[in-house]
Write a protein that binds this ligand. Structure first.
Ligand code: MG
Length: 162
């Protein structure tokens, strides 16, 4: 069995008047959203990079460049679906993923189960294999000043081939 691990990291700035998406779930009560070429789902972007990293397939910017109008305003679930397909095309299955979201406000704890379900359904794996965690930064740094959101993700993939 070939077992591989990958990690991903992403940051997006926040601004008023934009919609906020995290792990494919809209944070509907948020007065701010993420500044981005896509829908700004910073959590899915970090997760995509973790999956791509596990198989040394480059990063999300390489596969879905923000200079390409094709990806303007794109639903990031589409990107995750494509990345999952790349993993499976190479003979690998996703064992588990773990996502940590650093956000000062709004509070998103009540959405964690929806986020786990959303990611599990896009990747086609059991929800028990998907972890999503949220933390503040105790008002420190750019996250603490509510200027942006920072996300770390890790992924483990395996193959029974070769
Ligand atoms: Mg991004």
């Amino acid at each position: 069995m070939d077992i591989r691990t990958g990690q991903g990291y992403d940051v997006h700035a926040m601004a008023e008047g934009l919609r906020m998406w995290l792990c494919g779930v809209e944070v509907k009560d948020s007065p701010v959203g993420f500044v981005a070429h896509s829908d700004g789902d910073v959590a899915i972007h970090a997760l995509c990079d973790a999956l791509l990293g596990a198989l040394a397939l480059g990063d999300i910017g390489h596969h879905f460049p923000d200079t390409d109008d094709k990806w303007k305003g794109v639903d990031s679930k589409i990107l995750l679906r494509e990345v999952t397909a790349m993993v499976r095309e190479r003979g690998y299955e996703i064992s588990n993923v773990d996502v940590t979201i650093a956000l000062q406000a709004p509070k998103i704890g009540y959405l964690i189960q929806d986020m786990r379900q959303s990611l599990a359904s896009v990747m086609g794996i059991e929800v028990s294999r998907v972890s999503v965690k949220a933390t503040t930064t105790e008002k420190l740094g750019f996250v603490g000043r509510k200027e942006g959101c920072e996300v770390w993700a890790s992924a483990l993939v395996f193959s029974n081939l070769g």
